[in-house]
Design a binder for this molecule. Structure first.
Ligand code: SER
Length: 321
């Protein structure tokens, strides 16, 4: 096994909690340090080191990096789109200062690779909405999207100026059952499954015709690790790679759930998150990622729905929900 030392920030979040587990399987449990803001470790994250550090506290972050001397950092901390609109100052501080701290410390302490997530939220209302190309208009209307565009450019700057190997993906909406997402616009595509199992109905906060690009968590985790393991000469995009697996409307999602849960009913009551959803692409062209480092998704909507419902039913049967 390659001797690697990895730090994952945002380790208790939706993506972080699953990425830590995969990285520990691959590189060894003690090799992957999970870093959370405040939450104590629960369940599987206790299999290896866990530290509580606020990424906006640069001295504390620097101490952490000096303690573990990682060669790779996955910096996943972030305030998502809907929560960011409620507190733009917090979103700016956590998303931008946190990233700048990680980039500075990585440069100064010899970290060789950094991963940072961008998002479909980097796009905006004048971006082409169908098959959105890799290089296109970035005019986000949310503070979250603004931090993603600025962050992408900052990552590229550190690569060009300091040679820091920063890699990034523009994640679509990520669907998973282990940790619920917090404060995103695409959260309905997760909540629908939990409500379907619990109550056989769901009141969706975007309209039935809302189409967004999405991905099932196992694909998202694999994409992240594959990007980070690709040879450096294959990484041609230093802002952030477009990435997708599927696109569907809220109604198509509800139909796929109803196929597995007869009697399931979905209603639609758009709230202010509709405006955010309407400013994002309906589908993404990720052919550059496919060409540069061989990205290939595995899960489509039907496989995902079956897998989500199987796992949530098991959790419910064991009283974990
Ligand atoms: N899923 C995120 C959100 O809805 C988008 O990156 O905010």
């Amino acid at each position: 096994m390659t001797s690697k030392k990895i730090i994952v920030t945002g380790a208790t979040g939706q993506i972080g909690s699953e990425l830590v587990i995969e990285l520990r399987k691959k590189y060894g449990e003690q090799q992957v340090v999970a870093v959370g803001h405040s939450k104590p470790i629960e369940g599987e994250l206790s299999s290896g080191p866990f530290e509580i550090v606020d990424v906006t506290n640069k001295p504390a972050l620097d101490e952490l990096v000096q303690k573990y001397r990682p060669d790779t950092i996955y910096h996943l901390v972030g305030i998502l789109s809907a929560k960011g609109e409620k507190n733009p100052d917090l979103a700016w501080r956590v998303n931008m200062e946190g990233l700048k701290n990680i980039l500075d410390i990585s440069r100064d302490r010899g970290v060789t690779k950094v991963f940072w997530p961008s998002s479909i939220a980097a796009f905006g209302p004048t971006t082409p909405r169908d098959n959105t190309p890799q290089n296109t208009i970035l005019d986000p209307t949310t503070i979250y999207g603004v931090t993603k565009v600025a962050g992408e450019l900052l990552c590229q700057y550190y690569w060009k100026k300091y040679g820091l190997d920063v890699r990034s993906l523009r994640y679509p909406g990520i669907i998973s059952y282990k940790t619920e997402p917090g404060g995103g616009t695409t959260d309905y595509a997760v909540a629908i499954y939990f409500e379907a199992i619990k109550n056989k109905k769901y009141d969706c906060f975007v309209g039935r015709d809302t189409v967004l690009p999405m991905m099932y968590m196992p694909d998202a985790v694999r994409a992240t690790i594959e990007l980070m393991e690709a040879p450096i000469e294959n990484i041609k995009v230093r802002t952030s790679y477009n990435l997708t697996a599927m696109s569907f409307s809220a109604e198509e999602l509800a139909t796929s759930v109803a196929r597995c849960i007869p009697g399931f009913v979905c209603s639609y009551n758009p709230d202010d998150r509709q405006r955010i959803a309407d400013s994002w692409p309906r589908s993404i062209d990720d052919s550059v990622a496919r060409k540069d480092w061989g990205w290939k998704h595995e899960f489509g909507i039907e496989e995902m729905t079956k897998d989500m419902l199987d796992h949530i039913s098991t959790l419910e049967a064991s009283d974990l929900l």
